[in-house]
Design a protein around this ligand. Structure first.
Ligand code: ADP
Ligand code: MG
Length: 335
């Protein structure tokens, strides 16, 4: 049985026309005034005006309750993260995020929940002035599917396939905090109060590295955002580029919170393999090292050199004493 909101009788468990309008009103507030949105929410489709010297960049990410976020995650965090993970894909391409559509399946039209969810979306959209331009609303288990549209200057873009032997490998920010927060929520360890909020913030409110992606457009040879864990996501760059890599695991940037619970949390396995950090991993030809480090400093995004691209295929993760700690299981597997 499939039901589209507003198109069914108000039988038990369904959502009435009024509730449908309420949902629409909530979401309509996420539409910003933008001169290139010729038609936005309210018609059968949106019409966007494209600048002549840019290319359109499109990506989609779906979040299912209980799979991509714990069932008791707050509505505001769910809203924030749904958009932020999509923005992160734009960052990984070096693209500027512009618009998004929101397809949502909801069990019911709870006004408080909707208000908080909408607030989360608007907080994630604010730094980038991204506008909602349309979507679809149906009744069902909580699932959020966002499609994001962005722009790139013609002939530019950070692909996974450009890494070359000898390139330096970098990551932005710090790795493993989202995984650490998840271990805390799952009761695997208990984070002390002074680290708990910071770690949970990293899990629920990831910061998409849009400015870093744009700054890297002229310098990086490949890039990806770390959603499934560094080893898995760097693995995608290696596969797409037909190369291998060695990284110094002990160089991976980690937070105070992770340092304090390092052994309990499984040591370097966490920053190597835990997902959900939404930092960027990128490769840089050695002659661009100075420019990249300067550009990252200018946009105040920390970045750390962690290793080199090599011709020998596969990934090797080494400790200072040469111990190989390459994870065997590569990131989160959905199937
Ligand atoms: P249709 O039947 O043509 O798909 P809908 O009744 O589903 O139209 O939607 C009417 C308008 O509301 C459309 O412009 C659509 O883009 C917008 N809309 C519906 N759901 C959402 C949503 N979750 N977020 C943003 N806009 C939405
Ligand atoms: Mg529709």
């Amino acid at each position: 049985m499939y039901r589209e909101l507003g198109k069914t009788e108000n039988s038990m468990g369904s959502v009435s026309m009024n509730e449908f309008q309420l949902i629409q009103q909530q979401f309509a507030r996420l539409q910003l005034t933008a001169s290139d949105v010729l038609v936005g929410i309210g018609d059968d489709a949106a019409i966007l005006q494209c600048a002549p010297d840019t290319n359109l960049v499109i990506s989609a990410d779906m979040l299912v309750a209980g799979v991509h976020f714990p069932l008791d995650t707050s509505a505001e965090d769910v809203g924030y993260k749904s958009l932020a993970v999509n923005v992160s894909d734009m960052a990984a391409m070096g693209a500027t995020p512009r618009f998004y559509t929101l397809s949502i399946s909801l069990p019911n039209a709870n006004e408080d929940w909707l208000q908080s969810f909408t607030k989360g979306l608007s907080v994630a959209a604010l730094p980038f002035s991204i506008s909602l331009i349309g979507g679809d609303t149906t009744q069902g288990p909580l699932t959020i599917s966002i499609q994001i549209l962005g722009s790139l200057p013609k002939n530019k873009g950070l692909l996974r396939s450009g890494a070359k032997v000898g390139d330096m490998i970098y990551v932005t920010g710090q790795l493993g905090d989202a995984g650490l927060a998840l271990l805390h929520l799952q009761g695997e360890l208990t984070l002390p109060k002074q680290h708990r909020d910071a770690a949970l913030q990293r899990l629920n409110r990831p910061t998409p590295r849009v400015a870093a992606g744009i700054a890297l457009l002229d310098y990086a040879s490949a890039a990806i955002d770390i959603s499934d864990g560094l080893a898995a996501d760097l693995g995608h760059i290696l596969a797409a580029s037909g190369v291998g890599a060695s990284i110094d695991a002990f160089r991976l940037p980690i937070s105070e919170a992770l340092r304090a619970s390092f052994h309990q949390a499984g040591g370097w396995a966490l920053p190597l393999s835990a997902g959900d950090d939404y930092e960027l991993c990128f490769t840089v030809p050695e002659e661009h090292q100075a420019q990249v480090e300067q550009k990252m400093a200018e946009c105040q995004i920390p970045c750390t050199w962690i290793g080199f691209i090599e011709s020998r295929e596969g990934l090797r993760c080494l400790l200072e004493d040469g111990t190989d700690i390459t994870p065997s299981r590569r990131g989160f597997q959905h199937f």
